[in-house]
Design a protein around this ligand. Structure first.
Ligand code: PMP
Length: 464
């Protein structure tokens, strides 16, 4: 029998990990002063399917897929085995001057499944990096450098969307628009241009999501015109602005962005780091708009949630723009762990699970069950909006359910809901006052029911 509440001196095993952690570890995305009184710190011993299991034996339903990385459940045995086998074979080799089967095979597979557009040459090359932000840096630098190599030295600007998020490194942060992450570092950031978000939550009275998307696209068109010849790329999170509060937009928007990029000569960068790999219903979110980007950024679910890895898929035309006798015209960007064999092996195993388990079909049924369970919650007094894109579903909490009256930030409704849900065994980490469901694809009917019940209890308790 596993001991679940092992005593270490006067402390339980879980308490002991908490104390030791707080004496040495500095956590991400956290005001450390809030630990452990305002914000609980939960030592996790193991994972199993959709569950995270603490050292005290308590189980937590991972409704946010561990920051959107996990696809098929924790410790998925097929991916774990693939990593183990690869580790016994080759754990790492630099990808400059060397290659290995997992990197080649993964590139082949990714290019075969990437979004296509009948009137465009397909994505043709894969550049690896080792986390999402690094993947965004690669795409931004590639776009800029491509124009530089052609002597188009005026093309130095990026257009990003208001309320967008692309990561925390300085380049990625420069094209992000979430004040909480950006504001302090603003003096360090390259100046990007921001276009209005197509976010359907911002629709004016009488406007449909499609109208709202059209209005945002018109504004982007005007911005591109004002900066004609200056923009190297437009970067977009297709369908869902995730860190921006799971704000969703109509697929028409990306189709218009594609046209506008073509007309202005700028590249389209699709950041599918969060929405890729089946989250929105299709394998890639760009597919729902019938769009192929020039640069596609992938990470998070790429390895099924096991290991950090990013892949940036590029067109042949972009690749060709770097071929030359000079090293300076080459794309020299490098990370020590670029294309790590273990991570590539995990990604290959993850793509195999998609096929073997017919995940996209299964997800359609799960998404429909999520719709049905969320419906009664849309009637809740403090729920202003329930929105869904496939396996992502979000609840916007406001005072009285009125869009015009968000809760005052100081009331920390989201944090209260988080604590209430955690106490009931569900991880519902909010984005401000937005609670969302983004569970691993193995989530079953019973777990979804628990999720719905706990969401209601958490909203009730937080807004009481
Ligand atoms: N782009 C998007 C759309 C993201 O959601 C994230 C992470 N939340 C990133 C980029 C950055 O990825 P990472 O955290 O791996 O750096």
């Amino acid at each position: 029998m596993r001991q679940t509440n092992h005593q270490v001196g006067m402390l339980t095993e879980a308490d002991d990990w908490r104390v030791r952690d707080l004496s040495v570890v500095w956590h991400p995305c956290t005001q450390m002063r809030e630990h452990p009184d305002t914000l609980p710190l939960v030592p996790i011993a193991r994972g199993e399917g959709a569950w995270l299991i603490g050292h005290d034996g308590r189980r937590y339903l991972d409704a946010v897929s561990s920051w959107w990385t996990n696809l098929f459940g924790h410790a998925e045995p097929r991916i774990a085995a693939a990593i183990g086998a690869q580790a016994m074979q080759l754990e790492q080799v630099m990808l400059a001057g060397f290659t290995h089967a997992p990197a080649v095979e993964l590139a082949e597979r990714l290019l075969a499944i990437a979004p296509r557009q009948s009137d465009r040459a397909p994505l043709a090359k894969v550049f690896y990096a080792d986390n999402g932000s690094a993947g965004v840096e690669v795409a931004l630098k590639m776009a800029f450098h491509w124009f530089h190599n052609r002597g188009e030295h005026r093309r130095t600007r990026f257009i990003a969307l208001e309320n967008g998020y692309h990561g925390e490194t300085l380049g990625a942060l420069a094209v992000g628009d979430i004040p909480l992450y950006r504001r302090v570092y603003a003096p360090l950031l390259a100046e990007a241009l921001f276009a209005p978000s197509p976010d359907a939550y911002l629709a004016r009275p009488g406007e449909s999501a499609a109208d709202c998307a059209a209005r945002a696209a018109d504004a982007l068109a005007a911005l591109l015109e004002r900066h004609a010849g200056e923009v190297c790329a437009v970067i977009v999170e297709p369908r869902v602005q995730c860190a921006g509060g799971m704000r969703m937009h109509h697929p028409d928007y990306l189709a218009r962005v594609r046209e506008l990029c073509d007309a202005s000569g700028a590249f389209l960068i699709a950041d599918e780091i969060a929405v890729g790999f089946g989250r929105t219903g299709t394998l890639f979110a760009s597919e729902s708009s019938g769009v192929m980007p020039d640069l596609l950024c992938l990470s998070k679910g790429l390895t099924g949630g096991f290991l950090p890895l990013a892949a940036v898929l590029a067109t042949q035309a972009i690749y060709d723009g770097f071929l030359d006798d000079s090293r300076e015209r080459a794309f020299l960007h490098s990370h020590s762990y670029t294309g790590n064999p273990l991570a590539c092996a995990a990604a290959l195993a993850s793509l195999q699970v998609f096929r073997d388990d017919d995940i996209l079909t299964r997800n359609r049924a799960t998404a429909a069950a999520m719709t049905a369970l969320a419906e009664p919650l849309s009637q809740h007094r403090h729920v202003a909006d329930v929105r869904q894109a496939g396996m992502m579903l979000a609840f916007e909490l406001t005072e009285g359910g009125n869009k015009a009256t968000p809760f005052p930030a100081a009331s920390r409704i989201g944090l209260k809901a988080y604590r209430a849900a955690l106490a009931r065994g569900v991880v519902l980490r909010p984005l401000g006052d937005v609670l969302y469901w983004m569970p691993p694809y193995c989530v079953d009917a019973e777990q979804l029911q628990l999720l719905a019940d706990v969401t209601r209890a958490a909203i009730d308790e937080a807004t009481a």
